[in-house]
Design a protein around this ligand. Structure first.
Ligand SMILES: [Zn+2]
Length: 389
C-alpha cells in the first residue's frame, strides 16, 4: 500500500497552491510562478505575528484569489460553485484553509501522504488520520518557504495554543531568537529552585543538540527589559511625536521635504531631457532621410544620444526608486507611531501588543565585563522600522 509513496510522488487530484504538476514527470511538483506569491504572503503575514483569522481577513480584504477559484480558472473544476458566482466568491478564504497551508510541509519541499482515509470501505467520506500514521518523504520538490521560517511559524502556532491555556508565560512565543544562529529560543522552567522561574535558551542547544551555545536569559529579566523599552517609546511618542519620527527616519520633516523636492526636480529634469532626446532622434531620422545629414554624422550623433539616453533611463529609474523608498519609509514610521499610540502606556506585556509592535527580539550570549558582571545584549527589532535606540 505504501510502496508507491516511497519516492514521495504527489498523487492528489490537484497540485497544492503554489505548485503545478510536472508535465514531464508523473507525481512530481514544480513551483507555479503565478501563484507562489500567495503562499509566500500567507507565511510572511504569519511571521509578522498574525494568526490564521487575521490572515484570512487580510487575504479577503486584499482580494487574493482562493485555491478553489484558481483551480476553477485553470481546470474548470467546481464550476457549479464558481460559474456566475459573485466576485466575493473568488477571494472567500476560510480560516481552516489558511491554517492548513501554514502547517503544510509541502511548502518546505516534503511530501506528506496518508493524511486521510475513507470512513469505511462503503462510506467514501474522508476522515483525517492521526499524525503518527502520516507518511513523509523529505526533499521531493523545490521548497517555497525556508525550513527556518516554517519552523518559526509552527512555534508561533504552538505558542498561541499554549497561551490559551496559560496566558502568563508565552507572550514572547515566536518572537525571541538566538542572535547567533537565528533559531527560536525555547522556553523552559526551573523547578529545582524554591520559587520556580521560567527562562529561555537557544533551541539549537538542548534536547541533545549542542550546535549553539546556551543563550540563557531569564523570562522575568527579558520581560522587564522589553516592557521598559516599550514604556520608553510610549512616553517619548506622547511627549513629541515629530521628534520620534525624526529619530526613526534620521532626518527632520523639513529636511525630508527638501530632499524629496530635490529628488523630484532631478527626476523632472531627467524626464524632460529624455523626451527632448526622443524628439532629437526623430528629427535626425527625418534629416537623414531628406539627405540633410551625412551617414557619418548621423552615426556619430545617434551614438552620442543613445549613450545619453541609456544613462537617463538609469537615472530616472534610480530617482523613482528613491522617491518610492522615501515615501515607504515615512509611511512605515508613521504606521509604527500610530500603533504605539493605539496602545496606551502598558503596565504588562501581552502577545497581541508584542506581535503588533515587535518583529523579533534577538538575544545574545551573555559575557563577563572587566568587573566580572554578567552583561547580555538584547536587540529589539520593531515592525516596519527595524531597530531604534
Ligand atoms: Zn543559537
Amino acid at each position: 500500500m505504501h510502496t508507491r509513496f516511497a519516492n514521495g510522488a504527489h498523487y492528489g487530484a490537484y497540485a497544492p497552491l503554489g505548485y503545478v504538476k510536472d508535465p514531464d514527470k508523473k507525481g512530481h511538483l514544480l513551483i507555479d510562478e503565478d501563484t507562489r506569491w500567495i503562499v509566500e504572503k500567507i507565511f510572511s503575514l504569519a511571521l509578522q505575528g498574525m494568526g490564521a483569522a487575521k490572515i484570512t481577513h487580510a487575504l479577503t480584504v486584499e482580494k487574493v484569489p482562493t485555491p478553489g477559484w484558481l483551480n476553477y480558472q485553470k481546470n474548470g473544476t467546481f464550476a457549479n460553485i464558481y460559474a456566475g458566482a459573485l466576485p466575493e466568491k473568488t477571494y472567500a478564504w476560510t480560516i481552516a484553509q489558511v491554517k492548513s497551508i501554514l502547517k503544510d510541509e509541502t511548502y518546505i519541499g516534503n511530501s506528506v501522504h496518508n493524511k486521510q482515509t475513507n470512513v469505511s470501505f462503503k462510506d467514501k467520506r474522508k476522515v483525517r488520520k492521526p499524525q503518527e500514521e502520516w507518511w513523509k518523504v523529505e526533499g521531493t520538490h523545490e521548497a517555497i518557504i525556508t525550513e527556518e521560517d516554517f519552523q518559526t511559524v509552527q512555534g508561533m502556532i504552538a505558542g498561541r495554543r499554549r497561551q490559551k491555556k496559560d496566558g502568563t508565560t508565552q507572550v514572547f512565543a515566536g518572537l525571541v531568537k538566538c542572535a547567533d544562529c537565528g533559531w527560536s529560543l525555547a522556553y523552559g522552567m526551573n523547578r529545582q529552585n524554591k520559587s520556580p522561574y521560567g527562562y529561555y535558551h537557544c533551541s539549537k542547544n538542548g534536547q541533545g543538540l549542542r550546535q549553539c551555545s546556551m543563550h540563557y536569559i531569564r523570562y522575568d529579566v527579558l520581560y522587564a527589559y522589553v516592557l521598559s523599552r516599550l514604556q520608553h517609546w510610549f512616553k517619548e511618542v506622547r511627549k513629541d511625536e515629530d521628534r520620534i519620527l525624526q529619530q526613526i527616519l534620521k532626518s527632520s520633516g523639513s529636511e525630508r521635504d527638501l530632499a524629496r523636492k530635490k529628488t523630484a526636480s532631478e527626476l523632472k529634469k531627467a524626464q524632460k531631457r529624455q523626451s527632448e532626446i526622443d524628439t532629437l532622434f526623430s528629427r535626425m531620422y527625418e534629416d537623414r532621410v531628406a539627405g540633410k545629414i551625412t551617414e557619418r554624422n548621423f552615426t556619430m550623433l545617434s551614438d552620442k544620444y543613445q549613450t545619453e539616453q541609456e544613462m537617463l533611463i538609469q537615472t530616472i529609474d534610480s530617482l523613482q526608486q528613491q522617491l518610492t523608498q522615501d515615501t515607504q519609509e515615512t509611511a512605515d514610521a508613521e504606521k509604527w507611531i500610530a500603533l504605539i499610540k493605539q496602545y496606551a502606556s502598558p503596565a504588562e506585556l501581552t502577545s497581541e501588543l508584542l506581535n503588533a509592535l515587535i518583529e523579533k527580539i534577538l538575544v545574545h550570549e551573555a559575557v563577563k565585563d572587566e568587573d566580572g558582571n554578567r552583561v547580555q545584549e538584547v536587540e529589539i527589532y520593531y515592525r516596519f522600522i527595524g531597530k531604534i535606540d
